[in-house]
Every structure is written in C-alpha cells, then in structure tokens.
Design a binder for this molecule. Structure first.
Ligand code: HEM
Ligand code: HEM
Length: 212
C-alpha cells in the first residue's frame, strides 16, 4: 500500500461537499446570514486548497492537473488506477475550481436588493452587481451538472473495478509504483483556520452575530 492523498485533501473534499450543500440550501431558502458565513469559510477553504496546490503534496499540486488532450483521452480508456488524479479527472478538478471560484466571487458582488449586500457590492458599479447576480444564479446550475457528472464518473470507475472513493477515504492504494511525496496536511488546516478567521473578521462579523 502507498499513501496517495494527504489528510488535508481528504478533509478538504468533504468540507467542500458540506459547504456547497449548505450554500445551495441557504441560497435557495434565503437564509442569507448562514449563506454569507458559509461562503466566507468556503472562500478560505478554496484559497487554502490553491496554496496547498503550490506548497503541498505531489498529488495535490496544481501543476499535476495540466495534461495534453491526448493524455486525457488515453486516461478515459485506461483500466488502471492512477496515483493522484488521472488526466481526465484533473480536467474535472480544474472545472470545479474555476466554477466554484466564479460562484464565490460573483456572490461577493451580489445583493438581495433588500438587506444583504455582498462585501464587494459597494466597490463596483450597479451594472457589475446586476451581472454578478445573474452569473451567481446561472453558474449554480453549471456546478450542479458538474457534480452529477462527477458522481457518475466515480460510479463508472467503480464498475471498471477502480475504487476511487475508498482511496479518497483512506488516502491509500495498492500499487507497486514509487510513493509520491506526501506532506503533513496539518499545515494546510492551520492556514485554513487563519484564512477563515481573517475573512470572518474582515467581512463576517455582522452575519455571524446575527446567527449566534
Ligand atoms: C460556492 C459558493 C456559493 C454557492 C453554491 C451559492 C449559491 C447560491 C444560490 C443557489 C442562491 C439562490 C439563487 C436563486 O435565488 O436563484 C444564492 C443566492 C445568493 N447568494 Fe450565494 N452562493 C455561494 C456563495 C456566495 C457568497 C460568498 C456570497 C456573498 C458573501 C453570496 C451571496 C448571495 C446573495 C446575496 C444571494 C441572494 C440573491 C438574491 O436574492 O437575488 N453567495 N447563492
Ligand atoms: C458537492 C459535491 C462535490 C464536489 C463539489 C466535489 C468536488 C471534488 C473535487 C474538487 C475533487 C478534487 C479534490 C482535490 O484534489 O482537491 C474531488 C475528488 C473526488 N471526489 Fe468529489 N465532489 C463532490 C461530491 C462527491 C461525492 C458525493 C463523491 C462520492 C461518490 C465524490 C468522490 C470523489 C472522489 C473519489 C474523488 C477523487 C477522484 C480521483 O481519484 O481523481 N465526490 N471531488
């Protein structure tokens, strides 16, 4: 067995899933204090993931996500488990990163036209706020389709005999290849807590006190 996913990547994934679920429900229901606070924590989580993509383990590296289109096609046909994201999975990961940042940044410029303004609303023109609001409402559907495709892909791999979910849960897989360099995910959690605290102090004190 070799270790392929560090503790941060494994925790990041499920925190991301919980965060998106809370943001989706709170956005649709109009529970905007909860929506804003969760949005700030998710922003900190995503910033930490990008930083971990520079300083973290080999399998977390952003540069490991860019591949030639031919490698993507080859990965789709392959029946072997890959160490880290395979080139096709890497496309999915990049897609998620872009779409989630678009959702977060557009949210920061969105208003409900009544009580709650995203923290960047006062810095941009009304046209931008209108555009951000419509991006925020459309992009969520793109994200939902992506999540559907992601889950179907994981199931299809399972049918092929490649247990990606088990590897993500345990962090380990059977392989005779050399183990990748894995760093201690604790550093990333420290960064995440610092980033989340910083953003909450900067923008989140009002919605947080309304929640508590
Ligand atoms: C990945 C993160 C996010 C997701 C998945 C998300 C999702 C949603 C959803 C599903 C809605 C309801 C849209 C509709 O009525 O059709 C919504 C509304 C809203 N979101 Fe987000 N959101 C995210 C981040 C943020 C952030 C960071 C902010 C600001 C701090 C924000 C501010 C708002 C506001 C102000 C509304 C109300 C818009 C209105 O009433 O017209 N969102 N969001
Ligand atoms: C809100 C829903 C979800 C989102 C936004 C999401 C997003 C992601 C992202 C961004 C990654 C890459 C992790 C990284 O390198 O940082 C990933 C990987 C993964 N996700 Fe999800 N995910 C979701 C739901 C699920 C569910 C429900 C499952 C279980 C069936 C799942 C199984 C996996 C697996 C197994 C991997 C590793 C794939 C590989 O080995 O290349 N995900 N997901």
């Amino acid at each position: 067995m070799i270790k392929v996913w560090d503790g941060f990547i494994r925790g990041f994934h499920w925190l991301l899933v919980i965060g998106i679920a809370v943001l989706y429900v709170s956005g649709e229901e109009g529970w905007l204090d909860l929506h804003f606070v969760t949005g700030y924590v998710l922003l900190a989580l995503m910033i930490t993931r990008v930083a971990w993509g520079v300083f973290g383990s080999d399998t977390a590296k952003l540069k490991a996500l860019f591949h030639h289109p031919k490698a993507v096609v080859k990965a789709l046909k392959s029946k072997r488990a890959h160490i880290g994201h395979n080139p096709a999975g890497s496309m999915m990961v990049l897609f998620f990163f872009v779409v989630i940042f678009v959702q977060l940044i557009s949210g920061l410029m969105t208003t409900d036209d009544i009580l709650m303004d995203g923290p960047l609303v006062s810095y941009v023109s009304y046209d931008w706020v209108e555009l951000a609001g419509s991006i925020h409402k459309t992009n969520i559907d793109i994200l939902l389709v992506g999540i559907g495709v992601h889950i179907i892909a994981i199931l299809l791999y399972r049918i092929k005999g490649i247990k990606l979910l088990r590897t993500l849960l345990t962090g380990k897989m059977a392989s005779s290849d050399n183990a990748p360099a894995i760093k201690n995910g604790l550093w990333a959690y420290v960064l995440f807590i610092l980033a989340a605290s910083g953003i909450l102090v900067l923008w989140g004190l009002e919605p947080l006190s309304a929640l508590l």
